[in-house]
Design a protein around this ligand. Structure first.
Ligand SMILES: Nc1ncnc2c1ncn2[C@@H]1O[C@H](COP(=O)(O)OP(=O)(O)O)[C@@H](O)[C@H]1O
Ligand SMILES: [Mg+2]
Length: 502
């Protein structure tokens, strides 16, 4: 057959194969490498070295899963890729991969199954391209768009309450009738409260984004945070004629920031109120099981569609103009709530059977302890304090003072016992004498600070002398505050913030 090229003589074949090998080896824009049928790297080109950072002799013989982030490995993704390539001949993927130095890059990957003439699987060819720059550019574009939309919405939502405020002022100025003036002032009150909430949410999101939001932790009965949230939303709930039921199946106490926990439940109740047509039902249920405290807020409102459920807690997401909403928000409340719950070591999830079928929000928090008596739940400012002082009279006197102000105390008379009690009781605050018989107060402070479980504890140095040198040394050893004896309660309130806040 004259048209067919003449069959290759084996003498020609060798140079072509050599040329092909050089081509693959020297391509620098793509990582091209071979795997055997188990995923062990068997060949490596210069693009692979450039993109992934390993030299051929460092990586050949190793399993290819080391190119994947930990979470992908845990999910069994490398193996899944090989299985899919084996089944379909090839598999294409985009995702984060890890370089030798631990940094990540965004990769576009094609895996091709290599079979010999009999169809036996011999291994895989993997071609990877680094798309990090493209990914960044695309992300930036999305970010710019989202921020632009957010700013437009922000202007709108901030302006909304201003119109009724200005009108109300106008009405009040002209009204002769005190009842009308009163009504106008109530409008101003309500709308400026709403404005304040919007601005507070904005400020919180700013702090969260910059990692600057911190908690002032103490023992909080959940009941206290919930009652405060109910109090904050009561007027709103009544105006919408909703029926609110709060049920306590247990009285859990958690370690946390009572102001921030109140904010979480206020956000949930506000939403339930806002996204439920007038005259609906809102239920709050508090319970505890094993080491978890649980608060469930459910309503009979507009519900959430399945595709939106996943994004409810993202910043800047909101059902666009879903209701004719006279009480708009910035779509930040749930993002803030989630962040606050996570700072407490907890979790928040949303459920809804679908639009029109109501919503349920479940908050779980690590349980500190259960209170037997529900009246205790209304005392928010109980601190647990550990006093360490070898002078028994001084220790007992200070403890009595704290107890007189409603706090719980425990006592230790030397450093070792103090460290042991601190680990067991995890108090909110430790008042520590510096001159102790066994280890001195500075050593005790360093020991306490090295215990991760005690990270949030407030450490107060209590000494006979208030010299500048002692003060400096105390702060260096990890104390938060340095006080000179004798101590009275007013000094504690003034100098140690945890005693001042509610
Ligand atoms: N109880 C609820 N019922 C139905 N949808 C809700 C509920 N709570 C929140 N959502 C939805 O989640 C979105 C985000 O809530 P949030 O962050 O509090 O923002 P905002 O209250 O400012 O709208 C809301 O816009 C709404 O679409
Ligand atoms: Mg909200």
């Amino acid at each position: 057959m004259p048209d067919e090229p003449p069959p290759l003589r084996s003498a020609d074949r060798a140079p072509r194969a050599e040329l092909f090998r050089l081509l693959v080896e020297q391509v620098r824009d793509y990582a091209i490498f071979g795997l055997d049928d188990r995923g062990i790297v068997v060949s490596w080109n210069s693009g692979a070295e450039r993109i992934k950072g390993y030299r051929a002799d460092e990586i050949i013989g190793h399993h290819f899963s080391r190119f994947y982030p930990e979470e992908a490995i845990r999910a069994g993704w490398p193996q899944t890729e090989l299985e899919r390539a084996t089944e379909d001949g090839r598999f294409e993927d985009e995702g984060w991969r890890v370089r030798k130095d631990g940094t990540r890059f965004w990769a576009h990957v094609v895996i091709t199954a290599l079979r010999d003439e009999d169809g036996t699987l011999r291994g895989f060819a993997k071609v990877t391209r680094d798309l990090t720059e493209e990914k960044r550019a695309a992300q930036l574009e999305t970010d710019v768009r989202v921020v632009g939309e957010f700013v437009a919405m922000l202007g709108h939502e901030l302006r909304n309450p201003l119109a009724p405020i200005r009108n109300a002022i106008d009405v009040a100025k002209r009204a002769d009738d005190p009842q009308r003036t009163r009504w106008a002032l109530e409008v101003v009150e309500r709308q400026s409260a709403h404005l304040t909430r919007l601005v507070d949410d904005l400020l919180d999101i700013g702090r969260i984004t910059r990692g600057q939001l911190s908690l002032s932790r103490r023992r909080v009965p959940l009941r206290y945070a919930i009652e405060s949230a109910v109090e904050a939303t009561r007027a709103n709930i009544e105006r919408h004629r909703h029926q609110l039921t709060v049920t306590y199946r247990a009285h859990p106490r958690v370690r946390g920031d009572s102001v921030r926990l109140t904010q979480v439940f206020t956000n949930l109740l506000d939403n339930a109120c806002k996204y439920t047509p007038d005259g609906g039902h809102i239920d709050v249920e508090v319970s505890a099981e094993e080491d978890t405290a649980r608060v469930v807020v459910s309503d009979t409102g507009v519900g959430v569609s399945p595709e939106r459920l996943a994004h409810l807690f993202d910043v800047f997401t909101q059902e666009r103009r879903s209701l004719a909403r006279s009480e708009g928000g910035l779509g930040l409340g749930l993002a803030v709530a989630r962040h606050l719950v996570e700072l407490h070591g907890g979790d928040i999830v949303a459920e809804s059977p679908g639009p029109g079928c109501g919503s349920t929000f479940r908050v779980t928090l690590p349980l500190l302890e259960l209170l037997a008596d529900d009246t205790e739940g209304l005392r928010p400012s109980v601190l647990s304090a550990l006093v360490i002082d070898d002078n028994r009279d001084a220790a007992e006197m200070l403890a009595a003072l704290l107890e007189a102000h409603g706090h719980e105390t425990s006592l230790a008379f030397d450093g070792r016992e103090g460290v042991r009690l601190a680990a067991r009781e995890q108090p909110d605050v430790i008042l520590l004498d510096i001159g102790l018989p066994d280890m001195d107060g500075y050593q005790v402070a360093r020991r306490l600070r090295s215990d991760p479980a005690l990270r949030g504890v407030v450490l107060v140095a209590v000494t006979g002398y208030g010299a500048e040198e002692d003060r400096r040394r105390a702060l260096e050893s990890g104390f938060d505050v340095h006080l000179s004896k004798p101590i009275d309660y007013a000094t504690l309130q003034r100098r140690v913030p945890i005693f001042a806040s509610p």
